[in-house]
Design a protein around this ligand. Sequence first.
Ligand code: FES
Ligand SMILES: [Fe+2]
Length: 349
Amino acid sequence: MKNNDNFFLRNIWYYALPSNQIKPGMMVSRIFLGEPVLLIRDRDGKVSAMTDICPHRAVPLSCGRFDGQEVECCYHGWRFNSGGRCTAIPSLVEEQKMDLSRFDVQSYAVREMQGNIWIYMPDRDRPQPPEMDIPVIPGFDEQPPQFVEVMRFPCFIDHAVVGLMDPAHSPYVHQSWWWRNQQLHEEVKQFDASPYGFTIPRHRLPANGGRLYWLIGGGVPEIEISFRLPGVRVEQSTIGKHRVVNLTTVTPISDTETEVTFSIYSTLRWVGFFKPLLHVLAQTFLGQDRTVVEKQQIGLKYNPVLRLIKDSDMQAQWYYQLKREYARSLAEGREFVNPVKSQILRWRA
Ligand code: FES
Ligand SMILES: [Fe+2]
């Protein structure tokens, strides 16, 4: 596999940011897929997004003001509503009637659910309405996550996704006294196709895996893990009567930077009290993934052929196949056909 066929999936929802990072009346300037995006939350709490460039003379709109209803550019005071409509050009005199709609800013569809804001990144040449829904964390209604950790990886999205789903790196990358040991053992897992991705159906956690879950007590942990495009992983665990769901999302910032967001939803009330500890653990764990990805960048500069193997790299291969199929199905205007076939994968880790 050659490394230079990097492209971003478009016409798809990406995780943008945690809801609590943008309060009513606030604007947040971000870059997604190399595009500057201004996110605003109006007085009534509704989040909208538009291109963060003034159509007049290109000053970022985020340099201006937001009154909870409209954004005003700091250069000549042009104003835009939450839909990106140009509503005022102060320099025009009474007789200078102008069709302001010529100066609208591109807007983006955004959705807010369960404490997360998602953004639909269209293909501007071939825009299509959303075909898939944003992922829902079952059983948590409108509840926000109890814990969120965000980390930037210095790489193209594919390497962050593949690195996070890679089952064979743990004993080498995630060495901590509280997390496993160097002894490799064989893992056997069933994988099924699921919407825009694949799922490891609910299974019992082996006694030697996930020491942290056993700390919670209350029975044998059962776990289901699913992955879907463009880079969303949901791990649902049941421990006795309790449920813990971990949502990990991957969002491209640019060709060389990717944001990974790790959130925890759970029925365990004490999770909130352990935020500082969870923060340290998440920083350590994700930091180990980031460090190895940093090293990988050194080699990737030479654009080598990557030799993916069976079965431990099968999920990586599926990811590339899913991504290509999504792009192709859109380009050809046909239905997405999931390339994943149900099967058992075995590896040592
Ligand atoms: S550059 Fe924004 S109003 Fe002129
Ligand atoms: Fe990892």
